[in-house]
Design a protein around this ligand. Structure first.
Ligand code: HEC
Ligand code: HEC
Ligand code: HEC
Ligand code: HEC
Length: 114
């Protein structure tokens, strides 16, 4: 994805105006916890980079995450027989749009994905 084609400044402006908090996806949830744009997109606002799974796991320890959601029914979303704990985070958790239940391409799991 060419992040450069998007207006980073405009989005940052909506943050200042308080519109950001109403946006779907995990970016606004992070904003509420004091995690800024740069934590996911790098320090250069003019050339933001797209976060990879490594970006996420820099803050979220995968083993701890798997343990924390071990009791989620009907299955742990962070551990599956197909992908183990290696599925890329953004298959489910989106930055600025509604998150998705990736497993439900094939299953019918009642997950609540933020
Ligand atoms: C928790 C990580 C995270 C934070 C914090 C975050 N973003 Fe993102 N952002 C993403 C992800 C992931 C994508 C890839 C597309 C998607 O999932 O929506 C993205 C995509 C983008 C894009 C590309 C256009 C698009 O929507 O696809 C822009 C521009 C952007 N973010 C701006 C910002 C700004 C400005 C902030 C701070 C107000 C911010 N982001 C905070 C994760 C984050
Ligand atoms: C700079 C550190 C940092 C980065 C990078 C980061 N997060 Fe987070 N994330 C946090 C903090 C802090 C919280 C709030 C406390 C918590 O729930 O652990 C959080 C919370 C979350 C939550 C729970 C939100 C809620 O309100 O329940 C999800 C889901 C999440 N992060 C996914 C991601 C994904 C996916 C990425 C990569 C695109 C990512 N995070 C990148 C620090 C980070
Ligand atoms: C298959 C979809 C899926 C993928 C892929 C996924 N998640 Fe999640 N995630 C979920 C669901 C569903 C929940 C809510 C679990 C629950 O009901 O408590 C969740 C919850 C979380 C939480 C909140 C945990 C808590 O209880 O505090 C964090 C943080 C998180 N995910 C981070 C990540 C990170 C980082 C990655 C990539 C390494 C990732 N997720 C990959 C579906 C997914
Ligand atoms: C591309 C299709 C597809 C996707 C996507 C998919 N699965 Fe599956 N999954 C299957 C198939 C096919 C089986 C075998 C069905 C069977 O034998 O019952 C299966 C079996 C399973 C089983 C074993 C069921 C049992 O009790 O034997 C679990 C657990 C599971 N999947 C979890 C997940 C999770 C969690 C995700 C998302 C992270 C996921 N799957 C994503 C197709 C998929």
């Amino acid at each position: 994805m060419k992040l450069k084609n998007f207006c980073f400044g405009l989005l940052a402006g909506t943050l200042a105006a308080g519109v950001f908090a109403a946006e779907p996806g995990i970016a606004s949830l992070h904003g509420e916890k004091g995690v800024a744009c740069e934590a996911c997109h790098g320090p250069d606002k003019a050339n933001p980079t797209e976060p990879t799974t490594a970006t996420c796991t820099g803050c979220h320890d995968v083993k701890a995450l798997v343990a924390k959601t071990a009791g989620v029914k009907p299955n742990n979303p962070h551990m599956s027989p197909h992908y183990q704990d290696q599925l890329d985070c953004t298959n489910c958790h989106r930055g600025h749009e509604e998150s998705e239940n990736f497993c439900n391409q094939c299953h019918d799991f009642d997950f609540k994905v933020k």
